[in-house]
Design a protein around this ligand. Structure first.
Ligand code: ARG
Length: 437
């Protein structure tokens, strides 16, 4: 629409205008758009104040409600109703191609999104990453980019040592089979409760993760089982949301690919020893990036570094996006800096797209303490609410179940997307499910 307004303004200006000249006033009461007249003063040999006065006075167009000259600016107030119908008409005319462009020139963008952790429930937080990431993918595709949606499953790390230890101590095979994630979550929570007054438990957990990293058969078999069961549960949610991925290569995929990267870091003289651990020191303003623990175990950052390099080699991306919560900002700044220090110029093409937390009663939800809202439960509630509404408002509808699912799921997705991306949001099922407004 900005282009249309520019064309209108051009009729009233003797100087060629371009899109960059139009600004958005800081305050809404100053108008929808503003044209600063300072750049024209020299050529027109008039003061910007006079130029703005003249243009504002001359403007007369159905799309513009009024134009006001203020200190060398022409402030433009759009005519809502004519703009709305013109815009809707344009969308109808151009149909699916409305808003598309070729800007991307087929460049590949990898998008790291969703990325839930196995053996834990799919949380509302992962919903944000999933729907924001998917929307970004749709926008990019519309603008001529090729996207690769990567679900970087959290299937590796010290927490699996803890889970294995907990299962070996208190686990029950049948219970896991019946309700995998719920049971595994309970074991995980119990581990943390007991570890509070039993230091030894944490050591056991660490040892179990080390065994897993070293390829211990029993540990590996249990881990695989936990993973298969978890992925089945996640898939149910993705099916409901109607979202697909191009790759499910998660953290574990990089387990046998980290060694050459650690070696490369060492060869480039970037690894320093610190209390037995290996770190990359960053600039003074930032804590060092931990690469390997003293027992040889790798970390989240080690896997992300390896994955980033692997993605560049596999896809030769023009941009690599990571749709991950605000709270991981430091991690992304750190590993990008490590990549730069390694001499990879494409580190600048990596971009963290942060978003706010979903709070419950003002507090962060914690899996460890069992304080989470389960997305699947929320989706099902939304669908049943839509069903009730249909029964009262439109009882003769033929495909009720289908429509209820579309409305319920749509309400949840939109309830998320309409929020300011970076703000924390208070979880509130009622407002999410409001169909009015
Ligand atoms: N699994 C992580 C979590 O739930 C998110 C992973 C984000 N992606 C990444 N490449 N680090 O916190």
């Amino acid at each position: 629409m900005k282009m249309d307004i520019l064309q209108v303004l051009q009729q009233f200006s003797s100087i060629p205008l371009n899109e960059n000249m139009l600004e958005r006033p800081v305050h809404a009461h100053l108008g929808d758009l503003a044209l600063p007249c300072f750049p024209f003063a020299k050529e027109l040999r008039k003061s910007p104040v006079v130029i703005a006065d003249e243009i504002a006075l001359a403007i007369n167009h159905p799309l513009i409600h009024k134009a006001e000259a203020v200190n060398g600016y022409v402030n433009i107030f759009l005519n809502r109703s004519t703009i709305t119908s013109a815009l809707l008409q344009k969308i109808l005319d151009q149909s699916a191609s409305y808003g598309s462009s070729n800007e991307g020139n087929n460049g590949i963008v990898t998008i790291d999104l969703s990325s839930p952790n196995i053996a834990k429930p799919f949380s509302m937080g992962h919903l944000r990453s999933t729907v924001i990431g998917n929307s970004i993918a749709l926008l990019l595709e519309k603008n001529g980019f090729k996207t690769v949606k990567i679900n970087y499953i959290g299937d590796w790390g010290t927490q699996f040592g803890k889970l294995l230890t907990a299962y070996q101590k208190w686990g029950d095979e049948q219970e896991v089979q019946q309700a995998p994630i719920q049971t595994l979550l309970k074991l995980y929570i119990r581990f943390h409760e007991e570890a509070e007054h039993n230091d030894f438990l944490n050591d056991e957990g660490r040892a179990a993760f080390k065994a897993l990293e070293d390829g211990d058969t029993e540990a590996l078999a249990l881990w695989k089982w936990f993973k298969t069961e978890s992925l089945k549960e996640f898939q149910r949610i993705y099916d409901l949301l109607g979202i697909t991925f191009d790759s499910y290569n998660g953290e574990a995929y990089y387990n046998d690919k980290m060694e050459p990267i650690v070696k490369e870091l060492a060869d480039k003289g970037l690894l320093k020893e610190s209390n037995g651990a290996l770190v990359v020191e960053l600039d003074e303003d930032m804590p060092p990036c931990l690469i390997m623990k003293s027992d040889g175990a790798t970390l989240y950052a080690t896997r992300d570094l390896t994955a980033a390099i692997n993605r560049k080699e596999t896809y030769d991306f023009v941009k690599s996006l990571y749709v991950v919560g605000n709270e991981q900002s430091l991690h992304f700044t750190q590993f990008k800096r490590v990549l730069s220090k390694m001499g990879y110029e494409w580190a600048d093409d990596i971009q963290h797209i942060p978003f706010g937390l979903i709070l419950k009663a003002g507090k962060k939800m914690s899996t460890r303490k069992g304080k989470i809202v389960l997305l699947e439960q929320v989706l099902n509630e939304a669908i049943s609410l839509a069903q009730t509404t249909i029964e009262t408002k439109n009882p003769n509808l033929t495909n009720k179940a289908e429509v209820a699912e579309a409305i319920g799921v749509g309400a949840i997705i939109f309830g998320d997307l309409k929020q300011h991306r970076k703000h924390d949001i208070e979880f509130n099922l009622e407002t999410m499910l409001q169909t009015e407004g």
